[in-house]
Design a protein around this ligand. Structure first.
Ligand SMILES: Nc1ncnc2c1ncn2[C@@H]1O[C@H](COP(=O)(O)OP(=O)(O)OP(=O)(O)O)[C@@H](O)[C@H]1O
Ligand SMILES: [Mg+2]
Length: 228
């Protein structure tokens, strides 16, 4: 069974009297463990698609299935489990919480999940911080870090709960090309080690080069779907 299935997804935004068709009938089947890039020109619908899969937005028409269950048909508890435990986001602008330390930022998803004891949460966060190469930075604040380091913290935060799916919207867009390469290497390593499914959007050719599947959107439709 596929981990995610997008079926005839349509998203229409209303801008005043104007209708903007952001997604125009997207069908896509994603298997567990894929390392998939969503590409296409600005405005082609990449963010809209990721946001709908991550429940940050809802489709106008069409359906999203996670492990065979339709998101919209899930009960509140199941849906909140999906959002809290099964999927994670990585954003272009990192979105760390400025008043929390590196350690506290990374602990946060586990604190929200309320499954583990504080000591276990701390242990997992410390381990994850080391896994992204930030050992020793636990007590720093985001403003004391470089962009690349901030994004590593965001990756640690996204992965600490061991999600099944990571949605990353242009995760390297604010980074120089060498740092971008390092970030995508970390994502790739986690993908290989844990079989975490990664779906990331990008405009960067180098980053695309690491994908094992590239889905291209244009005007809200998939115009190519290439496996390599
Ligand atoms: N909240 C919104 N209200 C109205 N229109 C929107 C909204 N969000 C997106 N759109 C429109 O939907 C279309 C798709 O936008 P989307 O952000 O998904 O594109 P994108 O592929 O992520 O672009 P980029 O590469 O610039 O990030 C665009 O025409 C955009 O203007
Ligand atoms: Mg976008």
């Amino acid at each position: 069974m596929s981990i995610l299935t997008l079926e005839k997804l349509r998203k229409v935004y209303l801008k005043g009297d104007n209708k903007v068709v952001a997604l125009d009938g997207v069908d896509l089947v994603i298997e567990k463990g894929e390392f998939l890039a969503v590409v296409g020109p600005s405005g082609s619908g990449k963010t809209t698609m990721l946001n709908i899969v991550g429940c940050l937005d809802s489709p106008t028409e069409g359906r999203v299935f996670y492990n065979g269950s339709e998101l919209r048909a899930m009960k509140e508890k199941e849906l909140s489990g999906y959002r809290k435990s099964h999927i994670s986001f990585i954003f272009q602008s990192f979105n760390l919480i400025p008043v929390l330390t590196v350690l506290e930022n990374v602990e946060l998803p586990l604190v929200i999940e309320r499954k583990l004891k504080p000591a276990e949460i701390r242990r997992k966060a410390v381990e994850m911080i080391a896994a992204v190469g930030l050992e020793g930075k636990e007590n720093r604040f985001p403003r004391e870090l470089s962009g690349g380091q901030e994004q590593r913290v965001a990756i640690a935060r996204a992965l600490v709960k061991d999600p099944f799916v990571v949605l990353a919207d242009e995760p390297t867009a604010n980074l120089d090309s060498r740092t971008a390469e390092e970030i995508v290497e970390i994502m790739k390593r986690i993908n290989a080690e844990r079989r975490t499914t990664f779906i990331f959007s990008t405009h960067d050719r180098l980053v695309m080069g690491h994908a094992r599947r590239i889905v291209t959107l244009r005007d809200g439709s998939i115009v190519s779907d290439e496996r390599r």
